[in-house]
Design a protein around this ligand. Structure first.
Ligand code: ADP
Length: 382
């Protein structure tokens, strides 16, 4: 009965910074739910914020709850998506048609400060139970998965997390949704910057995302052939260290190089600390070094660019679409066969596992970072 309110459902929300692959995941979770498991998926708009808004609107009122259920039932799929007042949408086949490759999320993602308050989460838990939700799937990054962990601890709902962040800073999985697409975008960006760097014999310093992790910059550096990658894991960069990096570039120029692309991860810190974007700090330090008295290339120009949210958008790569389908498959299997199990889907050695919230960092991830750095060094022509 498509227009009646479902006796049981699984809810899904997207939270925190958006990432490519979220729509592919939504499509997969909805289609597997309808085609294979015969269970309805409720899509939550704007992450935790949509739940908090709805819990506040219902506010424990039995009649308001009946009205909400009736509105959800009478606005399935696209009718629900275009109704901006409705934060909970009964997803159907058509509502996830044609979205797989699109970046972002059609359900919206958000940050919700109120969700840090236990009383607010308690209201959300009550709402979900009143709506016959048996499991909630939270798709997002580190912060969103912390919220999911708390929900799992504070309720008997089944809470499944799905890692989605372009930063690749979640060390319990080989890859999160969106990383592959972001790396592809960065390679595209480097390709464009190389054209102008080469023509003007310039050094381009490009700042990538990645939060406290340098892995996004490392992967992009290895895949694009960018000449230098500066990452946060080695600790704050001193003025002396910046001179050393500039000297390395100058040395390459002396040996005939005409240009250089430098990738700097957003997590990089300086000693003494700096307020400006890393790309600008490095530009000034490099420029000063190149223009010191007696320098061989005083005209060598440095140009900065903070790549920013460009990295979060764009067409989702096949790898991310495949990972999304596999995460969705694992989420459904866990919900149906291990009803009391909470945890996060993770890619480990090409197997999708469910790992507990708070799982320790995989040593393989640190080894991977080192391997990328070593290979980058060895592939360099400097
Ligand atoms: P991301 O998931 O991309 O890391 P954020 O760190 O901004 O993004 O977290 C997204 C949302 O997750 C927050 O706005 C908040 O609603 C929720 N969240 C984050 N950390 C916590 C926490 N410690 N307790 C409860 N909710 C949290």
């Amino acid at each position: 009965m498509p227009n009646s309110y479902p006796d049981q459902s699984v809810a899904v929300l997207f939270s925190g910074g958006d990432s490519p692959g979220m729509n592919a995941f939504l499509r997969a979770i909805v289609r597997l739910g309808l085609n294979r498991e015969k269970i309805v998926v409720l899509g939550i708009r704007d992450g935790y914020r949509g739940l908090v808004r709805t819990a506040r609107a219902v506010n424990g009122d039995a009649e308001a709850l009946v009205r909400l259920k009736s509105t959800i039932a009478s606005h399935p799929g696209r009718a629900g998506l275009i109704n901006e007042q409705l934060d909970i949408i009964r997803m159907d086949h058509a509502s996830v048609s044609g979205i797989m490759g699109k970046g972002g999320t059609i359900l919206g993602s958000a940050r919700c400060l109120e969700f840090h308050t236990p009383e607010v989460r308690e209201k959300v838990i009550r709402l979900l139970k009143n709506l016959n939700v048996r499991a909630l799937i939270v798709v997002g990054g580190d912060g969103s998965l912390t919220g999911a962990k708390l929900l799992a601890e504070e309720s008997d709902l089944q809470i499944i997390g799905v890692p989605a962040t372009i930063d690749n800073d979640l060390q319990f999985t080989d890859m999160a949704l969106g990383v592959d697409t972001a790396v592809k975008t960065l390679v595209w960006a480097v390709d464009h910057f190389i054209d102008t760097a080469r023509s003007h014999r310039r050094v381009m310093v490009l700042e990538t995302m990645g939060r406290e992790s340098g892995d996004l910059a490392r992967m992009a550096g290895l895949a694009s052939g960018a000449e230098m990658i500066i990452t946060p894991e080695g600790g704050p960069i001193t003025d002396e260290a910046m001179k050393g990096l500039a000297a390395k570039i100058e040395g390459a120029m002396t040996r005939g190089r005409g240009h250089a692309i430098v990738l700097v991860a957003e997590g990089v810190q300086f000693d003494p600390p700096q307020k400006r974007n890393r790309a600008y700090v490095l530009m000034d330090a490099f420029q000063e070094y190149f223009q010191r008295s007696g320098a061989p290339f005083p005209d060598l120009e440095v140009r900065p660019s903070v790549l920013g949210h460009l990295q979060r958008g764009g067409h989702t790569t096949p790898q991310d679409c495949i990972l999304a389908a596999r995460f969705a498959d694992r989420a459904w299997t866990t919900i149906l066969t291990e009803k009391s199990k909470n945890g996060i889907t993770a890619l480990r050695k090409n197997v999708i596992e469910i790992v507990p919230y708070g799982a320790p960092d995989m040593p393989e991830r640190a080894a991977f970072s080192k391997e990328m750095e070593k290979l980058h060094e060895e592939l360099s022509s400097w």
